[in-house]
Design a protein around this ligand. Structure first.
Ligand code: NAD
Length: 365
């Protein structure tokens, strides 16, 4: 029987992106799924070729194919250059960022048997990119208006970033989290917030979460935690938690914390999901210092590929891929430096060789 063909956009990204996404593509293809990959450039690569960081053709390709696998893209810190990763999520309204944090036997970590899922709101909060630069006339006007309306003082040499949280986006993400919990046999959703300080933004997020939780009463347990307390509790007793739903910024930070709980960014996958498209990418960034060295761990990208296979309903292929990754990591021989007892271990293999070992397992050799 002819297998169903999928057309998927592949954005390799920059830094270590090319290495990890090509390793992931090879592993995904080895499962036997029938994928026609449409390779597109974004980030530095696209800038060099087309003069644009995020050409419209990239967004059009994702819109047409509805699914993309994406490598990390560099965003220089503290310049006017905005994140291409955030721009893609916003342009396609990929409002739910799903980041599972699961322990693997063979990965050194202070914890065993972690099995958490972060559901991060991806469309608003401080990541909406609404900013006013220090010294700009518009910034001074805004400061003046705020002082007039609130009777509170803002220093005139301030820069301002706007945090907005809506009822619409809060309900959409919290409902997504509960439905995800139901579909995936999860027991509990914890809403993470700072509503004690930010009454009108996080307070609204929490209020909506409490309302949505009522629709799932008796099926999924609902809990709430203040984000600073959550950070401490995750480090002290991570097994008490299951699915976490958070506004954008806390979701970003807590995802890295959870990647730390399972042994590092090298094994933390992710998905950005909207109603009309989904983009799968690792939690980690482009780690520019390792670019082109065939050194870093491809697992996070490969496991993002497994999430993608489940999304396109290729569950058997996803299982094959996850099992092969699990076995190669547990065996501990053909793994990258970050998965060895010491990062200086000379027996560590490169990105490509680890992917080769995973492919061998998939093919049963
Ligand atoms: P990073 O995740 O790129 O790297 C931090 C450190 O984590 C690395 O130095 C390395 O030690 C380790 N690491 C990351 N990926 C690894 C892997 N696959 N295997 C082994 N070790 C790995 O974070 P950063 O240095 O803060 O960011 C670098 C750039 O990436 C920045 O420009 C940032 O904006 C961008 N970024 C992009 C994305 C994305 O594309 N979605 C996400 C996060 C950061």
């Amino acid at each position: 029987m002819q297998r169903m063909q999928h057309k998927i956009t592949l954005i390799p990204g920059d830094g270590i992106g090319l290495e990890v996404s090509l390793a992931a593509k090879r592993c995904i293809d080895a499962t036997g799924v029938n994928i026609e990959w449409v390779q597109m450039s974004a980030g530095q690569d696209a800038l060099d070729k087309t003069g644009e960081l995020l050409p419209q053709s990239v967004l059009d390709s994702i819109k047409e194919n509805k699914v993309a696998l994406k490598g990390p893209i560099t965003t220089p810190v503290g310049t006017g250059f905005r994140s291409i990763n955030v721009a893609i999520r916003q342009a396609l309204d990929l409002y739910a960022c799903v980041r599972p944090a699961k322990s693997y036997v063979g990965v050194k970590s202070n914890f065993k048997d972690i099995d958490l899922v972060i559901i991060r709101e991806n469309s608003e909060d401080l990541y909406a990119g609404i900013e006013f630069e220090e010294g700009d006339l518009k910034t001074l006007e805004l400061i003046h208006q705020i002082e007039k309306d609130t009777k509170k003082k803002i220093r005139s040499d301030s820069g301002i970033t706007i945090k907005s949280i809506s009822k619409f986006a809060s309900e959409r993400i919290v409902r997504f989290a509960f439905e995800y919990a139901l579909k995936n046999n999860r027991k509990k959703v914890t809403c993470v917030h700072k509503a004690n300080i930010m009454k009108f933004t996080d307070g609204l997020f929490l209020k909506i979460a409490r309302q949505v939780a009522q629709d799932f009463q008796g099926k999924i347990v609902f809990e709430e935690r203040i984000v600073d307390n959550m950070a401490m509790q995750l480090v002290q007793k991570p097994h008490n938690y299951d699915v976490l739903v958070l506004p954008n910024l806390y979701g970003d930070i807590i995802s890295d914390l959870c990647a730390g709980l399972i042994g590092g960014l090298g094994i933390a996958p992710g998905a950005n999901i909207g109603d009309n498209a989904a983009v799968f990418e690792a939690v980690h960034g482009s780690a520019p210092k390792y670019k082109g060295q065939n050194k870093v761990n491809p697992t996070a990208m490969i496991l993002s590929g497994a999430l993608m296979l489940r999304y396109i309903k290729e569950d058997a292929a996803a299982l094959k891929l996850e099992r092969a990754v699990k076995e190669v990591i547990a065996e501990g021989e053909f793994v990258t430096y970050d998965l060895k007892a010491s990062p200086l271990d000379a027996s560590a293999v490169g990105t490509e060789e680890m992917a080769d070992a995973i492919i061998k397992r998939i093919k049963g050799k």
